[in-house]
Design a binder for this molecule. Sequence first.
Ligand SMILES: CC(C)(COP(=O)(O)OP(=O)(O)OC[C@H]1O[C@@H](n2cnc3c(N)ncnc32)[C@H](O)[C@@H]1OP(=O)(O)O)[C@@H](O)C(=O)NCCC(=O)NCCSC(=O)C[C@H](O)C(=O)O
Length: 355
Amino acid sequence: MTEWTDPDTFARALEDVETKEKGNCFEDFEEGDLVEHDPGLTLTEWGNEQWMSQTLNHDPAYWRTDAADARGFDEPPIHPDYLTAATLGITVEDLSEKGGYFLGRTDVRFPGAPVYAGTELHVESEVVNTATSSSRPEYGIVSWRTRGMDAETGDVLCSYERTNMIPRREPLATDGSGAATADGDGDDEPDLPEEFVAPAGGYYEDFVVALEEAADRDAAVAYRHERGRTQDDVTVASLPLATLNTAKQHHNVDVMADSPSGNIVTYGDVTRSTALGHARSDERTWREVGFDDESFHTFVAVGDTVYAFTRVLEADDDASSDGAGTVTFEHIAFNQHDEPVYSGTRTAEIRKRSN
Ligand SMILES: CC(C)(COP(=O)(O)OP(=O)(O)OC[C@H]1O[C@@H](n2cnc3c(N)ncnc32)[C@H](O)[C@@H]1OP(=O)(O)O)[C@@H](O)C(=O)NCCC(=O)NCCSC(=O)C[C@H](O)C(=O)O
């Protein structure tokens, strides 16, 4: 009789049996394909608070009813970062569970805001682009347009376009000519402005004054935020799983030992939300409007610390409330070695001092 648990027998059995695979490879995606993501998620107060607390997003309007009321919400709403991460998390099983690195995202919008706890999320994605990676023949590059909807009403709550590297079933044959070229040789002097201006406070007017101060000079409105968040089991493994994100990059140390990072890595949405949390702690946010040109530059792993740097790009008096103006920022998340790990632009309505 076969002793299935005899170590040699079992090791041999493991080698010979088929593995029931999860996820899709690059070859499985065709432009125009529409994917309905089966898992749904009820956006709960617990999930929202867990995400916000661990990423240092402590805006009281998302925690307390009096603060929510003062900001024009019926009750503390679901935070846009958690909504974004949950919308993406649900898609991972179909789109990127095979191990694709999250490279970037743009046009993140919240047409149905505000969203409250108890909303059931239904998510669908359309393949908008598939491309060969010239530097990495074992991967292709896929972009999807994703919509997270209220399952009951069909209203779109969050939408964006995301791009991942996705493993190919068969690596592309190359003649080597597509090998990566050297990225910036470090010979050039950094092309930085002569001066940096920091806003005096976090109100809309403070950003306007800082931009005026920097105008017509070789200056930028740019500053760093003091807080850092060292990545641990909660941020790396628990938060993505709480959004049903099944990417092995975040919870399978065994498989990830053989990957370019050599270890499990932080979900891109945790990295960016943490950096945004640091930035928001130095401003008086009214509403989040949207995000564009988001890129993930290198891996973040357990033990790495996520810091944030902000550049103020423009300010506009127009907003959904007379008590706010609109500011566009570039946020850069960086690690303990001062290496950028994420960058993206963010447009947010910021409270005016007078109100
Ligand atoms: C993934 C990397 C290791 C790749 O590094 P490298 O080989 O040095 O290449 P590049 O970074 O220059 O880019 C490779 C190709 O991809 C294209 N690219 C890059 N960014 C974008 C973008 N935003 N949109 C479209 N295309 C993009 C480049 O043009 C290159 O193309 P080609 O020359 O033809 O090959 C490295 O980038 C890296 O480490 N990045 C960080 C990745 C990361 O940590 N992401 C977050 C964690 S993973 C995650 O969250 C997964 C998530 O759960 C999910 O499921 O999505």
